[in-house]
Design a protein around this ligand. Structure first.
Ligand code: PMP
Length: 285
């Protein structure tokens, strides 16, 4: 029986409950993280904890635990579930309130830690690459809700994901309010052009992915030039290579966008090299 941590206690999965008056449910008022566990080790935990506290700060939500205590609770929940390889979901909600918006009238923020298994993309997608379409739903306007906040409000990403599914794609490309490339619904995007690795910067309106950061670091250490800059769909259409990064996807090649073949239509050498380096990193190398 798997155990779920809620605000200091472990509950059996079936008994793990949150109030229907919680503003996380009523308004998407909260923040979260998705983290991988490899061989019992919580991968890049510090980076995820740092981003969680930054997201919370940005929505003026005070997490009622120190980062060190939350990290410890995360590791203890993973251990209690005897999880070897899997996925951890950390969720902080504003807490139970009344049926109005006022966050001041909520009780204590709730801390939820779920340690579970993970469903991965098929191996074939890593070998052959995935196809993408551009969604008409844009990424959040940075002056509405900053995409840098990993909040519980994922509706525009979900709308874009549905558009992708309608077109037979498991991921969809999202543009920003200026029409530039931002990211996918749950993954960051990279291209390779003339052996230079390029990806939109935070200013393009993206979530600064932890995997994105790890891959940029691996690339720089391998002597690959990395640029963060505004990209258009044209840049993607004429790229030599393209791939996505994310906690669940890790590094996954993209071989077509909007019906245009990217490069020679196969996962490219830089993508394959970075994928191999990432596999070493996650094994603790
Ligand atoms: N962008 C969005 C919108 C996401 O939700 C995620 C996480 N699923 C990512 C990018 C990738 O971030 P990370 O590498 O931290 O998982």
């Amino acid at each position: 029986m798997s155990k779920v941590y809620i605000s200091g206690k472990l509950f059996d999965k079936e008994q793990a409950m949150i109030s229907v008056f919680d503003h996380g449910l009523l308004y998407g008022d909260g923040v979260f993280e998705g983290i991988r566990v490899y061989s019992g080790r919580v991968f890049l935990l510090k980076e995820h904890i740092d981003r969680l506290y930054e997201s919370a700060k940005a929505i003026r939500l005070e997490i009622p635990l120190s980062p060190a205590a939350l990290s410890k609770a995360t590791e203890e929940t993973v251990a209690a579930n005897k999880l070897d390889d899997g996925y951890v979901r950390l969720v902080i909600t504003r807490g139970a309130g009344y049926l109005g918006l006022d966050p001041k009238r909520t009780s204590d923020p709730q801390i939820i830690i779920i340690a579970d298994t993970i469903t991965l993309y098929p191996t074939e997608t890593y070998e052959k690459g995935m196809k993408l379409v551009t969604a008409s739903t844009i990424r959040n306007h940075p002056q509405a809700l900053s995409p840098r906040i990993k909040s519980l409000n994922y509706l525009n990403n979900i709308m874009a994901k549905i558009e992708g599914a309608d077109a037979g794609c498991v991921e969809a490309l999202m543009l920003n309010h200026k029409g530039e490339v931002a990211e996918c619904t749950g993954d960051n995007i990279f291209i390779v052009k003339h052996n230079v690795l390029m990806t939109p910067s935070a200013e393009s309106g993206i979530l600064e992915g932890i995997t994105r950061g790890a891959v940029m670091k691996l690339a720089r250490a391998a002597g690959i030039e990395v640029q963060e800059l505004p990209l258009t769909r044209h840049d993607l259409y004429v790229a030599d290579e393209c791939f996505l990064t994310g906690t669940a996807a890790e590094v996954i090649p993209v071989t077509s966008l909007d019906g245009r073949t990217i490069g020679d239509g196969k996962p490219g050498p830089v993508t394959k090299d970075l994928l191999a380096r990432f596999q070493t990193l996650k094994r603790g190398g």
